[in-house]
Design a protein around this ligand. Structure first.
Ligand SMILES: [Ca+2]
Ligand SMILES: [Ca+2]
Length: 244
């Protein structure tokens, strides 16, 4: 009887939670992403895919913190080398940020379905990418690659995995401007803004780069890139976040 009562109470709590107003702004935004929805690479069924299972967004201490968690950890991704000796970087996730919470400013993702007017008004997008530190034998120098790049291990010695991100200002449909473009190519300072965990990547975007401040409300969504890079597949629902 007691167990049945507890079960009933749990059911009621779950029901109440699932009825939350979707437009409510929270201090932290959480998305549970389905496992198993990331597509294998064409012709490379053994190559690990980056299957997102959770996203957390929080504005605190002067920065927007975006944490992406993947299924099965990142170890297999970084360890994978194909038969030709190539290693592969990849884009993990793209975030869309409506920094002024105004659908009339900014733009939309390029692959927006004409029928989906929801994807309007984003002012920034941020790509989170994974790659490698390596030692280039030809030049005798340390370098790094990230994103959709191939590293030939016959000419380079991999020294570690890394995460980077780039930030873009959305000016309108098909138009954008780099705010922090390709940080992986510049120097190692991006590492102050990324935390690479066992199964997660956290990036930190300082408020001034987004033109926001403490107390502002922003709107966010993300795209799980492993689903498809050229369509609206994998784009999440919107959440509203109060910056602290
Ligand atoms: Ca997923
Ligand atoms: Ca906007």
């Amino acid at each position: 009887m007691l167990q049945a009562l507890i079960g009933l109470i749990v059911s009621v709590v779950i029901a109440v939670n699932s009825c939350e107003m979707p437009r409510r702004a929270d201090k932290a935004a959480l998305w549970a992403d389905p496992a198993g929805d990331a597509a294998a690479f064409a012709g490379m069924p053994e190559r690990p895919v980056l299957d997102i299972v959770g996203i957390r967004a929080e504005g605190r201490d002067g920065s927007l913190h975006l944490t992406t968690r993947v299924r099965d950890g990142l170890e297999g991704f970084f360890a994978y080398t194909d038969r030709k000796g190539n290693k592969y970087g990849d884009v993990l996730v793209e975030f869309f940020i409506d920094s002024d919470n105004d659908p009339a400013t900014g733009g939309s993702p390029m692959w927006r379905d004409e029928a989906d007017r929801r994807l309007e008004g984003y002012d920034y997008s941020a790509y989170v990418a994974l790659g490698f530190h390596y030692f280039d034998r030809a030049t005798g120098s340390g370098r790094l690659v990230s994103g959709s790049e191939v590293l030939d291990t016959s000419v380079a010695d991999v020294t570690g995995g890394l995460a980077t991100f780039s930030l873009w200002r959305v000016l309108g449909e098909f138009s954008r401007q780099g705010v922090l473009s390709e940080p992986g190519r510049m120097d190692s300072t991006f590492e102050d803004f990324t935390i690479l965990g066992y199964d997660s990547v956290e990036i930190r975007i300082p408020y001034p780069l987004l033109g926001v401040k403490k107390g502002d409300t922003i709107r966010l969504c993300y795209k799980e890139v492993a689903q498809s890079s050229a369509s609206a597949e994998g784009i999440s629902d919107d959440r509203y976040l109060v910056l602290r």
